[in-house]
Design a protein around this ligand. Structure first.
Ligand SMILES: *Cc1c(COP(=O)(O)O)cnc(C)c1O
Length: 253
């Protein structure tokens, strides 16, 4: 094992971001897209404040957590630094009040109407609004969170009538598979759903954002139209907890 001192580790973060940037540029070139159309969001679950700060100070200020507990623990340490916080984890109804205490500006994981309704009531009470993405289960895996592709349109239409909630786009987690075609199918489906929603012209619905693609599949997501990729491992290194801890309904905590 190599022993890193803090300075070396922190230099790694900036180097890793540079290499992710190069991957974005390359994937955009391959699909005739402008790299400015793809935002890089840093998935900071399990990453301590000191390491997140390195990325923020290097100018990468779009970050996201999966768990309220981590939002809360890191809030004080990050609040003096310029950043934009999204929430990308499964949200339980009884945690809505809690998530609104911190500086989250967009919830990317809205996937059911009862959650939207409760969020709306809380926002009304607090006299504020919230941006959301609708999370879609494009892999049709039973255990995954997200609204079923068949139900997205109806959900968007209903949520669009709640005037505290501003829909900005869609989010998905691609199938965790090493078969590129299976992963691509998920991202392509999200793009198709986006187009379908756009053609419905719902009031107050902005469908610009497609949040899809992670460390292992960002190139495919960019080729299929991602406007935001969510990167953790490729920047901060491997995590101590398995992804099922964050994603799997069977691991509800
Ligand atoms: C952890 C996480 C990511 C980042 O995954 P990596 O493979 O580490 O890049 C993206 N999206 C969500 C919802 C996550 O929980």
């Amino acid at each position: 094992m190599t022993w890193y001192n803090d300075k070396d580790m922190n230099q790694d973060i900036v180097k890793n971001i540079d290499s992710v940037q190069r991957r974005i540029v390359k994937a955009c070139a391959a699909s005739g897209r402008n790299p400015d159309e793809v935002k890089l969001l840093l998935a900071t679950k399990t990453v301590p404040v000191a390491r997140i700060k390195v990325a923020l100070e290097a100018g990468y200020t779009l970050i996201a957590e999966n768990k309220i507990q981590e939002l809360k623990e890191k809030f004080e340490g990050l609040k003096e630094l310029l950043h934009v916080n999204h929430f990308i984890g499964h949200l339980q109804s009884n945690k809505i009040k809690e998530v609104l205490k911190y500086d989250v500006t967009c919830i990317q994981s809205l996937d059911r109407y009862d959650l939207a309704e409760k969020l709306h009531h809380r926002l009304l009470l607090e006299g504020r609004q919230m941006e959301v993405f609708i999370q879609v289960n494009t892999s049709y895996e039973e255990s995954k969170y997200g609204v079923s592709p068949n139900d997205v349109l109806a959900l968007v239409e209903k949520v669009s009538k709640l005037n505290t909630i501003r829909i900005k786009g869609l989010m998905t987690i691609g199938m965790l598979s090493n078969k590129a075609e299976k992963v691509r199918k998920c991202f392509r489906l999200l793009k198709e759903i986006q187009q379908k929603i756009i053609s419905n012209n719902f009031d107050h619905v902005n469908m610009h954002e497609l949040s899809m693609g992670m460390s292992g599949d960002m190139e495919i997501a960019i080729e299929e139209g991602a406007t935001m990729i969510r990167i953790g491992t490729a920047i901060f290194g491997n995590r101590p907890t398995p992804d099922s801890f964050y994603w799997d309904e069977n691991n509800r905590v």
